[in-house]
Design a binder for this molecule. Structure first.
Ligand SMILES: NC(=O)c1ccc[n+]([C@@H]2O[C@H](COP(=O)([O-])OP(=O)(O)OC[C@H]3O[C@@H](n4cnc5c(N)ncnc54)[C@H](OP(=O)(O)O)[C@@H]3O)[C@@H](O)[C@H]2O)c1
Length: 269
């Protein structure tokens, strides 16, 4: 069933969520309202998605909504907005994508510790059908109220709130690690003598195929490598170089740095 949505902060992430949820008919243009302080942004969103928009809080649109999507940045006035929501007397589930801001900080700002709040770290591959959002609910929020909407822009993993930072650094920043690997691999192909086009096409094919192999066989990567790396062959020669390099530690350190930075940003907000 389509949900009516009241979104505050119509930036890049909210737009990606709205685009996917409209496409998958979890929401409809007639029942979607976005508030953004930028006049250019509200004009663009209204023209592109045929939704209603405003530059200021709209109590009636909030009353008409099933869900509130809080999509401003941690440095914006999320506390003031939350206070306005609390003062409106409406008790509509808030889905917050504000990085680093906890459920407790939000209910404190709303002024009601029993207000239903869902904190998510949204999947950013919204247009692909891939990607997972990490979702934490407080005791007042109900999974069945948000599940269909959340699944309209990716897969959903319900997690304890304490895992949100890990989720951000590992899952949400995840495509960045893949883009970097793809870039390193395609440059290797060009270095070896292939054209950029050939290198790109082959790497993309292998990335997708290898992901599919992991998925359909359910095998551990060591088992798949064992099949590919025959005695004294090409695969094991490459494997030796990778094992001798800081490839694995480099990826792991990058993920740990992303998790640490997420926690630092949360403390600053
Ligand atoms: N982008 C991502 O990939 C991603 C991924 C995961 C989570 N997030 C989280 O999603 C949130 C939004 O990120 P974003 O990248 O979409 O940021 P963004 O593009 O900068 O969007 C934020 C929007 O909110 C508007 N805004 C600021 N204060 C407002 C207020 N008081 N009332 C209404 N609108 C207001 C901003 O307008 P002005 O620009 O005019 O100030 C801007 O249009 C952040 O908390 C971020 O941590 C983003």
């Amino acid at each position: 069933m389509t949900k009516s949505l009241y979104a505050i902060g119509g930036g890049q992430m909210v737009e990606a969520i709205i685009r996917a949820s409209l496409k998958n008919q979890a929401t409809s243009p007639e029942t979607t309202h976005v508030v953004d302080i930028s006049p250019d942004r509200v004009r663009y969103l209204a023209d592109t998605y045929h939704i209603s928009t405003s530059r200021e809080f709209q109590t009636q649109a909030l009353k008409d909504s099933d869900l509130i999507l809080l999509g401003v940045r941690p440095q914006d006035d999320w506390a003031g907005i939350s206070k306005q929501i609390g003062a409106s007397g409406q008790k509509k589930t808030i889905i917050s994508i504000v990085a680093g801001v906890t459920i407790e900080q939000l209910t404190d700002a709303i002024g009601d510790e029993d207000y239903p709040v869902v904190r998510i770290i949204p999947n950013t591959l919204t247009d692909t059908g891939f990607g997972v959002s990490g979702v934490a609910l407080n005791a007042s929020a109900r999974q069945e109220d948000v599940d269909e909407f959340l699944k309209s822009f990716g897969k959903v993993d319900y997690i304890p709130e304490k895992q949100i930072d890990i989720y951000t650094g590992y899952a949400i920043a995840g495509p960045n690690y893949i883009y970097n690997f793809y870039l390193a691999l395609t440059n290797a192909g060009v270095l070896g003598g292939l054209s950029r086009k050939q290198a790109n096409e082959i790497a993309l094919e292998n990335l997708q195929g290898a992901a599919k192999m992991l998925e359909i066989t359910g095998k551990h990567p060591y088992e798949l490598l064992d099949i590919n790396n025959s005695a004294g062959g090409v695969g094991i020669a490459a494997q030796h170089e990778l094992d001798a390099s800081d490839f694995a530690a480099g990826v792991q350190n990058a993920v740990l740095a992303a998790i640490k930075r997420t926690t630092e940003l949360g403390k600053e907000s």
